[in-house]
Structures are given as C-alpha cells and as structure tokens.
Design a protein around this ligand. Sequence first.
Ligand code: GLY
Ligand code: MN
Length: 470
Amino acid sequence: MNQREQADALRHRRELVVQRWQALGLDGPALIPAGLPIPVEGTDLYHDFHAHPEFQYLTGAAEPGAALGWQPDAGWTLFAPSLSVEALVWESAPPSPTALAAETGVERSVDRSELAAWLEAQRGQPLALLGSRDIQQRAADYGVEAWAALETDIDEDATERIGRALAELRRTKDQVELARISRAVDAAIAGHLAAQRIARDGLSERALQIEMEAEFFRQGGARTAYGSIVGSGPNSAILHGTPGPRHMSDGELVLIDAGAEIDGYASDVSRTFPVSAAFSPIQRDLYDVVLASQREAIASAAPGVEYKNMHLKASATIAAGLVDAGVLRGAVDDLVNNDAHALFFPHGLGHMLGLTVHDCAGYLDDRVPEDRFGLAYLRTDLPLQPGYVVTIEPGIYFVPALLTDPERRERYREMVNWPRVDDLLDFGGIRIEDDIQITVDGCINLSQALPSSADDVEAIRREGLGIASA
Ligand code: GLY
Ligand code: MN
C-alpha cells in the first residue's frame, strides 16, 4: 500500500468516526493529544514512548507531543511538534507538517505553535478531550504556555461517549491496519522459528529471547509488542513469565509467547516445544489436547459466533483431555460448570489484537467479566464480526501456587486426581496461540505459517539440533 492509498484509508477512517459522533448528536470540538514521553523518576531518562492509541488510530502516526483537533465547522487539524535548535542538537527532527500531512492525510497539518490559538478559539465551548490527558498537567510541553488561563471546559460526558464510539469502531480493522498486523505477525513467525531452531540443553531463556527478538527487529519490528514471555521447565507455567538466566534441560518444555510491533500494531503468538528432539509421552498427550481445543476454536471462528462460547467449548475439550490423562475425574459438563478445568487453564481463550496487544473494546458495552474462576480472565465477550482480529490461545499449565492451595484442594477434592497432579507439579505449561482475522464467511489464521502440530514442531527441533529426520 503506497502512501497515498494509506492516507486515503486514514481519511476514510476519520470520516467514519465523525459520522459516529454526529449520529450520537455530538457536535462540539475535540482534542486528541498523542502523549508525551514519561520521565523515569530520579533519572534524566524517559520511558519508551507509546503514543496514545486513539491518536494513533486517527492519524496512523505516533509523534510524541503531537495533537489532533476536530472542529465541526473546520474539520481536522494536526498539530505537528517541532523542536528548538538546542533540542535538535540532541534529538532527531520530527517530521514536518507537510510530511505529516502526506502520511496521515490530514491536509491542515500545522506547527504545534498554532495549538494555543486553536484552543483559544474554542473558549466557552465544551471540549471533548480524548487521547492522552497529559496536556492537562504538561500543556507547556505541547507549546501551550497559558492552558490555565484558557479555562478549557472539558466535556466529560461527550468525551466518554466519543471514546466509546471510537473503541467500537476500532474493533473492525481496515486495510491499513490489517496490512500492519500482518507484517507484525510475519516478524513474530520468523522470530519464533529462529528460537525453536536454536533451543538446546544448557541454553538460557535469555539467550533464546535475544535471538528471537533480533529476528523480530530484522523483519522490521520497531520493538516487541509486550515483554516477551520465555519460560523453560516449571517457568513455562508462569503465564507472563519474564525470561531469565535459567538454563533449559533436555526433557523440559519451553513456552514462548512473544510478538513484534510494527507501525504501532501488535502480533501475539505462542508456541511450546521440547528442549529435546521430541516431546515425552505425557507432554505430547497434553500438547495434543491444547492443540485440539485451539484448532476447534479456530475452525468455529466466524461472524456472529460468540467468543465466550468458543472459550467454553475449548474449556470442555481441555477438561475432557485432562480426564483422559487421569488428571480430572467426572463428567465434562460438571467439571466445566464447576470451573475445575480452570485449575489448569486459568486464563481466557484470547483477546482482541490491534494497536495494543490486548486491544480495546473486547466486551460489548452491556457486558462485564463474570465473577467466576473459569471466566474471570476472559478478555473478550462479544459476537465476532468481519475485520476483527483476535487471538486464540488455550493452554494447560501446572501452576504450583494454584495446585497446592489447600482451599482449592478441598473444593476440588473429588474432581481432581491430586496424587497425579503432585507427580506433574513441575511439568510447566503449554500454550498455543495464533492471530485470527475474521472474514465475511469464516476466518484467516494469520500466523498459520508457524507450524503447530506436534510432528511439525518436532521436525523443527530435529533440524535445529542437526538430527536426521526420522
Ligand atoms: N501475550 C500475552 C497475553 O496475551 O496475555
Ligand atoms: Mn495473547
């Protein structure tokens, strides 16, 4: 997609937003600041800058200190940051207003020094303030010295309603977004493959992370989409475990959950593989249970399908597999209704993916997470629609903290074969996660090129270890 096509798509996106706002009867001005770098306390450093996703969605850009304004009569104005001569000695020059206009399609892109006058012109009118709210404390850093004197009247109700409309629109990804997500997914695939090939007995989690992330960056990743999760052995049961100096050993599993960020868009992919050339029998059995639940969920993903039902179906498949493995006891329906499966699958099936790894608006407006162990961590509860991108990431874990908790042992005394669990306490965990784009009649698995069958994973491991194929 060339720059002109991209700018046209962004223009169309903003038109849809305005239509939504007008349909809500909202006709006041709105300001959407991008946000400013956040200082690291006690140092002269700044945290890695993340533009506010609402600004990024509306402009496709991520310039710190920029802001986008909307006026019903004059339309959009993009305020482009500029740096002083002194600052330019230390920092790269930001794109000019002309360059930003071409990139974003906002024809009226002006120097940020015009923001104060724009705000002055809104005096007396309630202003919807979306994006970053840091302008209220750091207006001078946006070039607005007299914020307090402007007596800007923030319309909280309009802000809330516009914000919700924007979040809903952001569920459906357009062509610019899908292209960016696809590139982020491709970078993730390359990184995962690199890691799966180099893993071996004695290597540290950290070494695996380094090689994987290097590949993300080689493939165009600007950064990781979140802190990469690399866990070996028992660490593979830590859902958001940070890679550390632990050395992996033959016989253990490695779980990697990691993605790249490209042009603001995230990928989020998980695979689990053996350090040895092959899974052990119990590793393979449970791996195949997770894979079956994941494949069923992907096969069912289509417009109109309730994501929560997919989660419950995956929970049932996992419960059945754990019964077969001698871990759970009883009828699958009873086990799921009592959340016994959640002792081993203590998270949701997945989430929306986009400008952030857990993208906004995963729940329909009138729904809230259920206060129930098996559903409390479900990040998505809505019927799927074309253009949504979701992850599908079931798992089975042996989390010692959960499984040695006396209260849970008592509650699930009959449903769990506790001696069998004790034998598996250091098993670790398995998660398999793909990024799924919903289409008009089904879905596309964007990360399908990264193999997930146990046979294919073992083939990659054998190749990586230099072992001739069986
Ligand atoms: N990638 C981590 C998560 O989805 O929570
Ligand atoms: Mn995820």
